[in-house]
Design a binder for this molecule. Sequence first.
Ligand SMILES: [Zn+2]
Length: 444
Amino acid sequence: MLVINVNFVQAEINLEQIKTDIETLASDQMQGRKVFTPAIDKAADYIAQRFEQIGLEHLSGLSSFKQTFSIYQVSPESASIVINGEKVEGKKIASLTFHKSRSWNKPEDFNIKFISENDDFRKSIREINQGNNDTLVLINPTHKAIFARYQSFFSRPKNRLKIDTGPSLVLVIKSAIELKTVEIELTTNAIKKSLANVVGVLKAPSLKDISMKNENIIFSAHYDHLGVKESDTSKVDTKTVTDIKEIDFIFNGADDDASGTTAVIALAEHYAIQNKRKRDLIFVAFTAEEIGGFGSQYFSKQINSDNIVAMINIEMIGKPSKFGAGEFWMTGFERSDLAQIINTKLEKMGAQMYQDPYPKQNLFYRSDNATLARLGVPAHSFSTDEIDKDPHYHKASDEVKTLDIKSMTEVIKKLSIAIEPLVMGKAKPTRLDTTKVRKKGNFF
Ligand SMILES: [Zn+2]
């Protein structure tokens, strides 16, 4: 047997493979990896094929790398409201329900709230959104303009993992009055649609330390993006383009988040080759992040979150960070001691990880880590993006040529070392305090 002593343990995290993976995922062939399109299946197939090559196993209970599930696209169909015997005009109603049909006719069936002239409309709605009861809101006509915006928002289709469950909300423009009788009837139209996460596992070899049995680490990124939108002109040079057919409207999502997905594949390959681990490593490419994080929501319900030691969610690492090329930062720095564990490890190499420099952007809540964080998992996102001024963010111009693959490769290598104490079972980050993690709204 040939024994090679490799000091540079991450030699397999190489620029060429990273380039191949990201160029494939962000290619025009993938048509912007939009959910519910055949093109996103191509991306899922590619990730599954790489997981296969690397030698990952299927998640227990699955017969392939794909974790398929359905969501419902729910559109309002009709809303009829009669208050004190008087029918309310349609333009004064905004309703939101995820039931095929819902009717209330006794005031005790639901909560009644008033938003008066002097109330802060947004604040009141935000509070109602945290509640879990069927609610009728009577809104003073002075809030007509902002009401109209919610009405338009409620009228668009909404996605949901489950239907015929959860509270319903009805907003009505009407000055506060005594409610003697109320009859409300709502109906919706629900279309069932199929989605798939791609999941692969590297099992820890049988352990002497039984306390770490069942413990796992999640490495994740979302592979879906925005598809093709003919309204975006960020790539159009109006001086030279004369024919609209020549314009590229594909949102390639190279940085968002083909870069993270590529990193997940690269880390899987690294830890597979290294073949030293004391915990199960689970690699997930989430779907449907861009439409509300449904991939991670579904995933979180299929796994016991108590067993997840940490979630390393990777979002947009393709461009050098404000701290320089090869440098990265983490969201929710102070919420667990994962940052300390990582920096203790990195300091030994004269390196460090930074704190999320854009706290006002609420990035902790803007990716799939938030779903697991709400369950107490030390779930954080790792990024390099200058989100405050990135001209390509959610634009058709988010293409591989805007990235620095060398910097990205450096970040992945550094991350692979930073996480080693977790992989090797030498550290276990503190759980998140779920009372400090903002809940998702019950309505929207
Ligand atoms: Zn993203």
